[in-house]
Design a protein around this ligand. Structure first.
Ligand code: PLP
Length: 367
């Protein structure tokens, strides 16, 4: 049985009528940009987080980029983040002219290890950018306390963690902004590119709204050089339908993670942990093993998908050679990149499918 890494078709089937109706309605209305669905979605996402402002953007990358800009980060500044993440996290910093400063991860959670942050803070440091990687919340208490002591901004990369919680509070609500991606394979995904930033701060929200629309708040009057980065009506309409179901989708992901844990326990693998006081949403189910490539090939032989997120940490990427990092600088990130393997996980994944994945893994590493 072919098992994909995500199955967007299965999810679509369950909401097909509602989605098609919505798309038809929007096409009929001929309002495609900055219309009522975006307005409503921004309010709904903000209210879901118990926070006043949401700004819909063209992508998660833009949510990070425009957050940094709205917070005044620019040329000559430094922003501290993790090298074990998707490139967009660091790219957004580079777009502003600021420099990404990496610190290593906690190998248990794959999130930034706050104990390394303080020694990297300089006069130039403007912000800390934690990533809630794979849907597991980062250690926000430590990050916020450092930010407070050194007067730094905090931008949360919540692209993989819509609905995840830290100490009972949703991620994305701790920092100056929280950034989401609605890329189709994310746990809340649209049918194209999309993103949003959320914030408690009206000024930041207004600034981001101007930046996403050519530096303009009043039609054809421009106060700064901005961008074209709006979340379109069709994507917003689709997201409104899926947002109503996000808690159910996340619950189902958690159920699948539990089943994986049961079926894989006792094997020489490190399974993903939900550390105390976290609500993990398992955007990825990522195991660690020295036999990663063996397992990956065995799964492939059975037409079961698996993905390596991420095979090369950012400090070793060609594009960042100029930052002057070298192999050995961040041993936990480097080790993780050699051992991680993400298995299929999505709300519609069946117990039989999970059993099939686990059977292949048992046969490969068992005994
Ligand atoms: C997906 C992702 C992004 C970028 O989101 P896009 O919508 O693809 O631009 C940023 N950071 C992380 C951790 C991501 O997984």
């Amino acid at each position: 049985m072919r098992i994909p890494i995500v199955d967007l078709g299965a999810q679509f089937k369950a909401i097909e009528n509602e989605i098609k109706e919505k798309i038809n309605e929007i096409i009929g209305s001929t309002r495609f940009i900055l219309g009522p669905n975006l307005d409503a979605l921004e309010k709904e996402v903000a209210s879901y987080h118990g926070i006043p402002y949401g700004v819909g953007l063209a992508s998660g990358t833009d949510a990070l980029h425009l957050s940094l800009r709205a917070l005044g980060v620019g040329t000559g500044d430094e922003v501290i983040t993790t090298p074990f993440t998707f490139i967009a996290t660091a790219e957004a910093i580079s777009y502003t002219g600021a420099k990404p400063i990496f610190v290593d991860i906690d190998p248990l959670t794959f999130n930034i290890d706050p104990s390394w942050v303080e020694e990297r803070i300089t006069e130039k440091t403007k912000a800390i950018l934690p990533v809630h990687l794979f849907g597991h919340p980062a250690d926000m208490d430590s990050i916020l306390s450092l930010a407070k002591n050194y007067k730094l901004k905090v931008i949360e990369d919540s692209a993989q963690a819509f609905g995840a919680e830290y100490k009972g509070k949703k991620v994305g609500t701790f920092g100056d902004t929280g950034c989401f991606s609605f890329y189709p394979s994310k746990n809340l995904g649209c049918y194209g590119d999309g993103g949003m930033l959320i914030t408690n701060n009206e000024e930041i929200s207004e600034r981001a709204k101007s930046l996403r629309n050519h530096g303009s708040m009043k039609l054809y009057y421009h106060s700064e050089i901005g961008f074209n980065s709006r979340l379109d009506e069709i994507q917003a309409g689709i997201l409104r339908i899926k947002l109503k179901r996000i808690d159910e989708y996340n619950r189902k992901r958690r159920d699948k993670a539990l089943i994986y844990r049961e079926r894989l326990k006792g094997l020489p693998l490190i399974l993903p942990e939900e550390t105390p006081e976290r609500y993990h949403v398992y955007n990825q189910y990522t195991i660690r093993t020295k036999k990663r490539d063996l397992i990956r090939n065995a799964l492939k032989d059975k037409s079961i998908a698996s993905v390596i997120y991420y095979p090369l940490p950012l400090h070793l990427q060609e594009v960042y050679a100029g930052l002057g990092y070298k192999e050995g600088d961040f041993p936990e990130s480097e080790e993780a990149s050699k051992e991680v393997l993400s298995l299929p996980i999505y709300p519609e994944l069946t117990e039989e499918q999970i059993e099939e994945v686990c059977e292949v893994i048992r046969k490969t590493v068992g005994k």
